[in-house]
Design a protein around this ligand. Structure first.
Ligand code: ASP
Length: 454
């Protein structure tokens, strides 16, 4: 049995929904279907979820939101009309939307979640109506009825472990089960959404709950690419990668699959397959627990901007018990999370996401570290990019770091810092943001292009 999730672009229009239907019908094992809300039909289009967020915010500020409500309804009615669905489905969607918009606003974040979630909810209703019209035994199932319970954290729900046993019962349902992604219910019965793009998470939880053989995630690309296609044209497609490799790549910008969505599938040992709704016969990319890594040390190269580092040096730092703890405690007091800590004998750097800190906070942090830890030097460095070179094969290959460093050197790129995780699945290079693209190109050339001509 498979759990199949379709993303926003796969549900953006009637034409796309016909493709979804063909994909589901082509394999009887595709039993549990998870849907996003309609996404963009063309680059300047607005996702239904974004329209709904704007709508909720406007209403929360006591402003009228008629235009936005009309825009949302229009998206559904365009689809319904083209699919020849009866008016009753649009009436149902309209009345459900109006009732959620008129619901309790005393907790604005929960109100926002309920409005956001209606995008997925109405898409699931519309899709099941279409499947039925096409003669399929298909049913809309609400996440509460399915047993998907989550923590009471609006916009950042975490699945409650007891959900899994309840979800198992979905296996016994007759016909195709169509479930909205992106949200679950708190124990108190409130709608709570996952973080943005969270329908991937719903799919993964359901796959684990029903103990599926495979979790298929349909999107709008043929595969996970070895590098960002906007940096390298037509990069190599990845056929198979491990959960750990995927995690490392999504950390630094690979956004094909939500990073939180890996956990439920990984824990339940269910492979994930990324496929293209617009080209379903393409093999796609499979995410598995273990893979044969005979094909060289590196599977992908990712990069992300917007980092800064705090450099701290103090003579005899290595002998001072508790130095690291005290330093991290200072960051904790400011509510800052850190990413990496490359360290030397008498110095270390803490890499953080720059957007968490403003200049004033920076100066305060410098003063506190100097004063409380008696550091010799404390300074911030800005505008750093992190390049992740990822591959399980690195563990068995000698000289990967040397090859990477040489490729960067030959292109005149200064390495600001270097860090290799203990797991040896990835290597991180910190470079200046202006060097990011050239660094990725140089590394791609070294590990993917030159290999082919050798
Ligand atoms: N529609 C939601 C979003 O845009 C969730 C999803 O598409 O997965 O974030």
């Amino acid at each position: 049995m498979k759990v199949v999730k379709f993303g926003g672009t796969s549900l953006a229009s009637a034409e796309q929904i016909r493709k979804v239907f063909d994909i589901v019908r082509s394999e009887p094992s595709r039993k549990v279907i998870v849907v996003s809300a309609p996404g963009k039909r063309y680059p300047e289009d607005i996702k239904v979820t974004d329209l709904l967020i704007a709508c909720a915010n406007q209403i929360l500020q006591n402003e009228k939101a008629e235009k936005l409500v009309d825009a949302v309804i229009q998206r559904y009615s365009d689809i319904a009309t083209e699919l020849n669905l009866s008016d009753s489905i649009i009436e149902r969607i309209y009345s459900d939307l109006v009732s959620v918009l008129n619901s309790d606003k005393s907790n604005p974040t929960k109100y926002l979640d309920a409005v956001k979630a209606s995008g997925e909810d109405n898409t699931a209703k519309l899709l099941s109506e279409y499947f039925q019209q096409m003669g399929e035994e298909a049913h809309y199932v609400n996440p509460k009825e399915a047993g998907l319970f989550v923590s009471d954290e609006p916009g950042n729900a975490q699945v409650l472990p007891e959900s899994y046993d309840r979800l198992f019962a979905l296996r016994d349902r007759f016909g195709i089960v169509i479930i909205p992604g992106f949200f679950g219910y708190s124990m108190k019965g409130d709608i709570i959404t996952f973080s943005r793009s969270g329908s991937d998470i719903t799919g993964s939880i359901l796959a684990a709950g029903v103990k599926a053989d495979l979790y298929e995630n349909f999107t709008d690309v043929d595969a996970v690419y070895s590098v960002n296609p906007s940096i390298i044209q037509h990069p190599k497609e990845i056929r198979e990668l491990t959960y750990r490799e995927m995690r490392e790549l999504s950390y630094a910008g690979f956004s094909v699959f939500h990073e939180e969505a890996l956990i439920p599938a990984f824990r339940a040992g269910i492979p994930v397959k990324i496929k293209n709704t617009n080209n379903p016969s393409a093999p796609g990319t499979k995410i598995v627990n273990e893979r044969d890594n005979q094909n060289g040390p590196v599977i992908g190269i990712a990069s992300d901007k917007g980092f800064c580092s705090i450099y701290v040096s103090k003579y005899l730092m290595n002998r001072e018990i508790g130095f690291g703890r005290k330093l991290l405690h200072i960051l904790e007091k400011f509510g800052l999370s850190y990413e990496h800590i490359p360290s030397g004998i008498d110095d270390l750097s803490i890499i953080l996401r720059q957007k968490q800190i403003d200049r004033e906070m920076e100066q305060t942090i410098i003063d506190i570290i100097k004063h409380e830890l008696l550091a010799d030097e404390v300074k911030f460095e800005h505008n750093l990019a992190l390049i992740m070179v990822v591959g399980e094969g690195m563990r068995h290959n000698v000289g990967t770091t040397a090859r990477a460093a040489k490729a960067l050197a030959q292109n005149g790129i200064n390495i600001e810092m270097i860090n290799q995780g203990s797991s040896e699945v990835s290597m991180m290079f910190g470079v200046k943001e202006i060097d990011e693209i050239r660094a990725v190109q140089a590394l791609y050339e070294e590990f993917f292009v030159r290999v082919l001509v050798r």
